[in-house]
Design a protein around this ligand. Structure first.
Ligand SMILES: NC(=O)c1ccc[n+]([C@@H]2O[C@H](COP(=O)([O-])OP(=O)(O)OC[C@H]3O[C@@H](n4cnc5c(N)ncnc54)[C@H](OP(=O)(O)O)[C@@H]3O)[C@@H](O)[C@H]2O)c1
Length: 251
C-alpha cells in the first residue's frame, strides 16, 4: 500500500497530475494534495477512487514544513510518488519589482520544494520516484523573469544531484521542463497581455505534460522536455554561450 503526494495540486498542472495519477497509478492506496486553497482540493477529492488527504499549507511558510513533518510522523505512509509542482512566477525587471514578490519565488520554487522533498524522503519507498517541476526557463537566464528562471535552474540542478544521491535507494528523480501552459500561472505572474515572447511561443498542454512526466519518471528518465521545439531550445541553450541565447529568450 503506497501513496502519492502532489504540491500545488489545486490548479493547472498540479490538477492534471492528480487526474493522471488516478488514471495511471491504480494501485495507490491514497493521495495527499497540498496547496493553500483547501476548498479546491476538497472539490477534486470527490472524483478520486482512492482516499485523498487535503493539506492546506502555504509552502513559503516554515510552519507548513513542520505541519507536514508532523502529519508524516503520525501516519508513517509509504510514499511511492512525490510531485513537487507548486511554483510561482513574476514578469518584471528586478529593479521595477519589490523584494517580497521576488523572494516569494525563491521561497516557494526553491525553499518549499527542498523542504517538502527533505521531509518526505525518509518515507519514500525503493522503486518510487520524485517529479520536480522546473521549466524551459531553467536552460538559460530569462531577462524580465530573472529570479523565476534562476529558481528553475536550481530545480533542474537540485533534481540531477538528488538523482545521484538516491540511486542506491532505487528512487528516481525526474525534472520536467515544460514551455508555456495556459494556466492561472500566466495571470498570477502578470504575463497575460504583457509579453510578446509568450504570445509567439507554442504552448504545452498540461494534461499531456503530466501524463508524459509520469511515464518518463516511471521509466527512470532524468529530464523531460515536452515538445520538439523546446527540446531543440534546450540543446541550443546548452551549446551556445548564454550571452547569445539570452536576447532570444527575453520574456
Ligand atoms: N504555466 C506555465 O506557463 C508554466 C511553464 C513552465 C513551468 N511551469 C511550472 O509549473 C508548475 C505549476 O504551475 P501551473 O502552470 O499549473 O500554475 P498554477 O495554475 O498557477 O498553479 C500553481 C499551483 O501552486 C500552488 N501554490 C502557489 N503558491 C503556493 C504556496 N505559497 N504554497 C502552496 N502552494 C502554492 C497553487 O495553489 P494555491 O493557490 O491554492 O496555493 C496552485 O495549485 C509551477 O512550478 C510553474 O513554475 C508553469
Amino acid at each position: 500500500m503506497s501513496i502519492a503526494i502532489i504540491t500545488g495540486a489545486s490548479a493547472g498542472l498540479g490538477e492534471a497530475f492528480f487526474d493522471s495519477l488516478l488514471e495511471r497509478e491504480t494501485d495507490l492506496s491514497g493521495i495527499w494534495l497540498i496547496a493553500r486553497r483547501a476548498e479546491r482540493l476538497e472539490e477534486m477529492a470527490v472524483r478520486s477512487s482512492v482516499p485523498v488527504k487535503v493539506l492546506s499549507l502555504d509552502l513559503t511558510d516554515k510552519a507548513s514544513f513542520r505541519a507536514l513533518e508532523e502529519c508524516l510522523a503520525a501516519e508513517k505512509p509509504a510514499v511511492r510518488i512525490l510531485i513537487n509542482n507548486a511554483g510561482v512566477g513574476e514578469l518584471a525587471n528586478v529593479a521595477d519589482s519589490d523584494w517580497a514578490t521576488q523572494t516569494r519565488m525563491v521561497d516557494l520554487n526553491c525553499g518549499g520544494l527542498t523542504a517538502v522533498t527533505t521531509a518526505v524522503l525518509p518515507y519514500m519507498q525503493a522503486g518510487g520516484f520524485i517529479v520536480n517541476v522546473a521549466s524551459i526557463a531553467a536552460f538559460a537566464p530569462n531577462a524580465r523573469m530573472t529570479v523565476y528562471s534562476s529558481t528553475k535552474a536550481y530545480v533542474l540542478s537540485f533534481s540531477k544531484g538528488l538523482r545521484e544521491e538516491l540511486r542506491a535507494r532505487r528512487i528516481g528523480v525526474l525534472a520536467v521542463c515544460p514551455g508555456p501552459m495556459d494556466t492561472e500561472f500566466l495571470t498570477v505572474a502578470n504575463i497575460t497581455g504583457h509579453s510578446k515572447t509568450f504570445q509567439r511561443l507554442p504552448y504545452c498542454n498540461p494534461v499531456k505534460v503530466a501524463k508524459g512526466a509520469l511515464v518518463k519518471a516511471a521509466a527512470g528518465q532524468a529530464v523531460y522536455t515536452p515538445r520538439l521545439f523546446f527540446k531543440f531550445y534546450r540543446v541550443l541553450a546548452k551549446v551556445l554561450p548564454h550571452n547569445w541565447v539570452m536576447p532570444l529568450c527575453k520574456t
